[in-house]
Design a protein around this ligand. Structure first.
Ligand SMILES: NC(=O)c1ccc[n+]([C@@H]2O[C@H](COP(=O)([O-])OP(=O)(O)OC[C@H]3O[C@@H](n4cnc5c(N)ncnc54)[C@H](OP(=O)(O)O)[C@@H]3O)[C@@H](O)[C@H]2O)c1
Length: 282
C-alpha cells in the first residue's frame, strides 16, 4: 500500500543510481515520479518549462545534475533556480548526488552547486561517492573490459569503488528517514583497489584474463577524442582519472556502514554478480 507521504521525484531515473533509487523507494511503498528526458515524468535540465509539472505535488527530490558535462552548464545558477522553484512548489527535502572529486575537474568545480542546496531553505543531504563499480559494466570502462585490456591514466593509484545499489540505499534513507538533514556523506566501498586489482577481480569472475594498461593522460584524452568524444569531456574524464593517479580522489571512509548499519557491497561480490548476469559477455 502506498505511504501517506507526497510523491518523491527522482531525477536521472534512467541512470546508474536513479534506476536503483526508484525500485528501492517503490518496494518500501513510496509513490515515485521517475524522471528524465524521456522517462514517464519528463524532466530536462536544459528546458525549465519541464520543471514545474515534475515538481508540483512532490515532497522530496533526488537530484542528479549535469555537473559532469563541462562546457554546457552553469551549475550554480541552474541549481539555485531549480531549488527555489522546488521550495516554492512545496518540496521540503533535497537529496543531492555529487562526487568526492575536489578541486578543478575539466576546469569545473564539481562542488559549485552545493552552496545552492545549503541555502535552498529545504532540508538537504549531500552524497559524495567515490567511483562507481558500475563504471566497469554500465559506464566508461566497459569497452576496455570487453576488449580484455583497459587503458587508463591511473598509474598505480587506488580507488575505493562503491556500488550504486549502496549509493541508492543511502539516498533512499535520506529521502525517507530522519537524522540526515544537513549531512554530507562521503561514501566509499570497503577497500581501495588499484586498477590492476579491479580488472583482475573481474577477469576471475568471467574466467578470462583482463589487464590494466597504464597510459599517459594526454594519450588517453587523445584516444577519447578520436572515438568522437568532445575534447572538454575527454579532459574532464582525464582529470577525474588523474585524481586517482595522484592519490587525491578520497580513501575509505566507513560512512556507509555508519549510516546504513551494514558493510558496503564488496568489489568481488559486484564482479561475481555482474558476471553471472552476463554483463561482460559482449
Ligand atoms: N560514475 C561515477 O563513478 C560517479 C561517481 C561519483 C559521482 N558521480 C556523479 O553521478 C552523477 C551521474 O553520473 P553517472 O555517470 O552515474 O550518470 P548516470 O546517472 O548513469 O546518467 C545520467 C542521468 O542524467 C540524465 N540526464 C542527462 N542529461 C539530462 C538532462 N539534460 N536533463 C535531465 N536529465 C538528464 C540521464 O537521463 P536521460 O538521458 O534519460 O534524460 C541519466 O539518467 C554525476 O553528477 C556524477 O558526477 C558519478
Amino acid at each position: 500500500m502506498a505511504k501517506k507521504t507526497k510523491p518523491i521525484l527522482v531525477l536521472g531515473s534512467t541512470g546508474k543510481t536513479g534506476s536503483r533509487v526508484v525500485p528501492q523507494l517503490r518496494e518500501k511503498g513510496f509513490e515515485v515520479r521517475a524522471a528524465g528526458r524521456s522517462a514517464e515524468t519528463v524532466f530536462d535540465w536544459d528546458d525549465d518549462a519541464t520543471w514545474e509539472a515534475a515538481l508540483t505535488g512532490t515532497g522530496a527530490v533526488y537530484v542528479v545534475d549535469l555537473q559532469d558535462k563541462p562546457g554546457q552548464w552553469d551549475a550554480e545558477a541552474a541549481l539555485r533556480e531549480f531549488y527555489a522553484r522546488a521550495v516554492e512548489l512545496g518540496v521540503r527535502r533535497l537529496v543531492v548526488l555529487q562526487a568526492r572529486a575536489t578541486g578543478l575537474v575539466g576546469g569545473k568545480d564539481l562542488h559549485s552547486g552545493e552552496t545552492a542546496v545549503r541555502e535552498s531553505g529545504a532540508e538537504w543531504t549531500i552524497l559524495r561517492p567515490n567511483w562507481f563499480n558500475q563504471n566497469f559494466d554500465e559506464g566508461v570502462l566497459v569497452d576496455g573490459i570487453l576488449a580484455g585490456e583497459l587503458p587508463l591514466p591511473a598509474g598505480d593509484g587506488v580507488e575505493p569503488f562503491i556500488d550504486v545499489a549502496d549509493v541508492a540505499a543511502v539516498a533512499v534513507a535520506a529521502l525517507t528517514g530522519d537524522g540526515h538533514d544537513g549531512q554530507v556523506y562521503e561514501l566509499s566501498g570497503t577497500e581501495a583497489l588499484s586498477f590492476h586489482e579491479a580488472v583482475a577481480t573481474i577477469g576471475e569472475a568471467i574466467g578470462k584474463p583482463v589487464t590494466y594498461l597504464p597510459v599517459s593522460q594526454d594519450a588517453y584524452e587523445a584516444e577519447l577524442v578520436e572515438y568522437g568524444i568532445a575534447a572538454d569531456y575527454a579532459r574532464f574524464v582525464g582529470d577525474l582519472v588523474g585524481q586517482i593517479r595522484a592519490g587525491t580522489s578520497g580513501g575509505v571512509t566507513g560512512t556507509f556502514a555508519r549510516v546504513m548499519g551494514r558493510e558496503p557491497i564488496t568489489f568481488e561480490d559486484f564482479a561475481k554478480d555482474a558476471a553471472s548476469r552476463g554483463a561482460w559477455r559482449g
